[in-house]
Design a protein around this ligand. Structure first.
Ligand code: 4AD
Ligand code: MG
Length: 689
């Protein structure tokens, strides 16, 4: 039926027209509207047919796309929708005759429910809520608590918001709407769903009969108290479970990953499904609990769920044999958790890390998008060694093919014959997307790449991985100072974002991982980063050497080691510190040579506890100088022919940097080992999972 657009003739203020429009939106039916010539009832024209009765028009939409489920999600529900629809069109028609009685009927029915029928907004809700709202506004009726909650929920749906006003309801109505279990956003319209109409019922959990994320309950209006009295279903994994009152009650701490907090569920032995939990509901088991949100008598949280009354139930999805479960006990070491990387996301630590990691990725895209940078995808397989450090993983099919055919590796003049290899030349996993993104920068001005990078350095430190993620912005018409400014703004944006979006996670880290973390992050945001030249930094370190007792003695020209970097950031400046203008001999060929001929316009951002988080530079835009540097470094200019072309055709000053994503997560969470901030760490000898 798609493709043909029904024409609705009806007055915009007419409540029946509004009902029809909300239903059309909820049912994902495109309608054209036209003002009526006289004050007649709305009518729908479809092809050469006319439908005049409001109930018939609503049902027409209900059947338009059955997947929309506005007519219920089963035959039985459709019958129920029919019955409520007729009831609403009769009892709530203008002028209302038995309004008080109708309000009582609704209140009784809604006491244990979110919607009139099933788990989502249907035609029944639409037909009842819109006229009822008018009567309430006209002061003709007093609504009960359950009915008010339901009304707020219905009016906060995207379908209703889109018709009744261009914006979702404000103030009390909106609070009620977010607090009340709501529907899945029934109309799949393009663009983001407005937050206040984001449903409490998860859109993609209909298979379990609907569920509400634990976060939406525990953080509703701050502490979840506004949810008290609501009937909800939650699904998740058991953190701990214990029986009390001689097995008549079970206390379960349930977590679904939406926040670090667990919700306490108190299950009464009279609740449906209680017996199925016996012996199976231990740490790690998965279940659904349906019950009422009640104020928590004690404990840390304001609310809990009571599974007791009629309509309450528990469903065990997957039980656990406590003797076998690797995460059954609490307080595992980080090393042990790494050995069960498939289950460790269920630990508090890795759960919080995963949420912060996702938030920081989001912050990255938001920061660059809001500053008009373009996201460019650079290749992972490359022939160029950007850093010139020779720490690349080779990509070849030669070995697999030789093994398969039982033949020796193809050789030519005593060397591997790469012309027989997949790419017909040596190819590697990228160590940096910089060179590729520079090309785009020199056309699109401001770009960034964000992807995995690979380094075959045989380091076993807590700061190095063989596979890590890097964010590399590249800015045209920007020098080293612009670069430093951008790096500082970006890093602060990310930290601020995590503080705003991941408060509970950061409190967890502050409590369990680094005492004073939140204060440290606040300080990081409060002050400008320190900035010193490499030469100044060396002078400072030389002065401090007698007391600091560095393992590697300090001298101008050396590459700063982790001990030196940390000393500067932790002891000297006590905040993130940018060191710039490094000796050219310890830096990559592409960095711009300074006037002194000894240093290059490079900069590193050093953070307390971690050391280098960002490395960047102004790029050498002068072809002759670049060629000299490539040769000096023992590289072949011809291998970089395309990179050189940028300096031949319309060269511009430009700069960029790379931020090690895992090091940013370490900085933001206080987690000390880089292997614990990436889902599946790769380092020498470890490529499991
Ligand atoms: O300093 P690096 O090597 O700089 C580059 O790769 C430049 N091409 C970036 C650019 O200018 N576009 O690496 C950048 C950052 C480091 O500061 C560090 O945070 C991180 O990447 N990093 C690592 N992180 C984890 N494991 C490793 N092995 C890393 N090596 C570098
Ligand atoms: Mg570096």
């Amino acid at each position: 039926m798609t493709g043909r657009i029904p024409l609705l003739v009806g007055g915009a203020d007419d409540v029946r027209t509004q009902m029809i429009l909300v239903a059309a939106h909820a049912a994902e039916v495109d309608v054209k509207t036209e003002a009526p010539k006289s004050a007649a009832a709305p009518e729908l024209q479809f092809s050469d047919k006319k439908i005049t009765y409001t109930g018939a028009i609503l049902r027409f939409f209900g059947r338009f796309h059955e997947s929309s489920e506005v007519y219920g999600s089963s035959f039985y529900e459709s019958a129920e929708v029919d019955s409520w629809l007729d009831w609403a069109l009769m009892e709530l028609a203008e002028p209302p005759v038995r309004l008080e009685q109708a309000a009582q009927t609704l209140e009784k029915h809604l006491e244990q429910r979110v919607f009139l029928v099933g788990q989502r907004l249907t035609l029944a809700d639409i037909a009842a809520s819109l006229p009822l709202q008018r009567f309430q506004q006209q002061g003709l009726v007093q609504l009960g608590r359950a009915t008010k909650r339901w009304l707020g929920t219905c009016l906060a749906t995207e379908a209703a918001c889109s018709v009744l006003s261009s914006a979702p309801p404000k103030g009390k109505a909106a609070a009620a709407a977010t607090a009340a279990p709501s529907v899945a956003p029934v109309a799949a319209v393009a663009g983001a769903t407005p937050m206040s109409s984001t449903p409490l019922l998860d859109r993609y959990s209909s298979c379990v009969g609907g569920r509400t994320e634990i976060k939406r309950i525990m953080l509703a209006d701050g502490d979840g108290k506004s949810m008290v009295g609501q009937k909800v279903s939650v699904c998740g994994w058991v953190k701990t479970a214990r029986e009390a009152d001689k097995g008549k009650i079970m206390f379960v701490q349930l977590n679904d990953g939406s926040i670090p907090l667990d919700i306490q569920v108190v299950i009464d032995s009279g609740a449906k499904g209680f017996d199925s939990l016996k012996g199976k509901c231990s740490t790690g088991a998965s279940m659904k609990c349906t019950g009422e949100v009640v104020a928590s008598p004690g404990g840390k949280q304001a609310v809990e769920i009571l599974v007791k009354d009629a309509g309450s139930e528990v469903v065990l999805f997957g039980g656990v044999d406590a003797k076998e479960y690797p995460l059954a006990k609490k307080g595992h070491s980080h090393e042990y958790l790494r050995s069960i990387a498939h289950l460790r996301p269920r630990s508090n630590l890795i759960g919080s890390v995963a949420r912060v990691r996702a938030a920081l990725a989001q912050a990255t895209h938001e920061f660059f998008r809001s500053n008009n940078f373009l996201y460019v995808h650079t290749p992972l397989i490359t022939a160029a060694d950007c850093e010139g450090a020779g720490e690349m993983f080779q990509v070849t099919t030669m070995m697999a093919e030789a093994e398969k055919d039982g033949k020796p590796l193809p050789m030519a003049n005593g060397k591997f014959d790469y012309t027989k290899d997949f790419f017909q030349k040596p190819a590697f996993l990228t160590v940096s997307g910089q060179l590729s993104v520079e090309n785009y920068c020199c056309s699109l001005s401001k770009v960034y790449t964000f992807g995995p990078t690979f380094r075959a350095e045989n380091s076993h430190t807590s700061r190095h991985l063989a596979e890590f993620w890097m964010i590399e912005p590249e800015l045209a018409f920007a020098d080293i100072v612009d670069d430093m400014n951008c790096a500082e703004d970006y890093l602060k944006y990310c930290v601020r974002y995590a503080m705003e979006h991941n408060r509970q996670d950061l409190e967890f880290f502050d409590d369990k991982i680094e005492k004073g973390l939140v204060k440290r992050l606040e300080n990081l945001l409060a002050e400008p980063f320190a900035r010193v030249t490499y030469t100044e930094a060396i002078d400072i370190l030389l002065k401090e050497s007698p007391t600091a007792k560095f393992q590697v003695p300090v001298e101008w020209g050396m590459d700063l080691g982790s001990e030196h970097e940390r000393h500067l950031a932790e002891k000297v400046f006590k905040k993130p510190t940018i060191v710039y203008n490094y000796p050219k001999d310890i830096k990559a060929f592409y960095m711009r040579l300074n006037e002194d001929n000894k240093t290059v316009a490079a900069m590193d951002v050093l953070a307390p506890a971690i050391g280098e988080v960002i490395g960047g530079s102004q790029r050498e835009e002068r072809l002759d100088v670049l060629d000299r540097r490539i040769t000096e470094m023992g590289l072949e200019p011809k291998d970089y022919w395309w990179y050189r072309d940028l300096r031949r055709f319309g060269s511009v000053p430009h700069s960029g940097f790379g931020l090690g994503f895992e090091r940013l997560i370490m900085l933001t969470t206080g987690v000390e080992n880089i292997r614990d901030v990436i889902p599946y760490p790769r380092y020498p000898g470890h490529a499991e999972f």
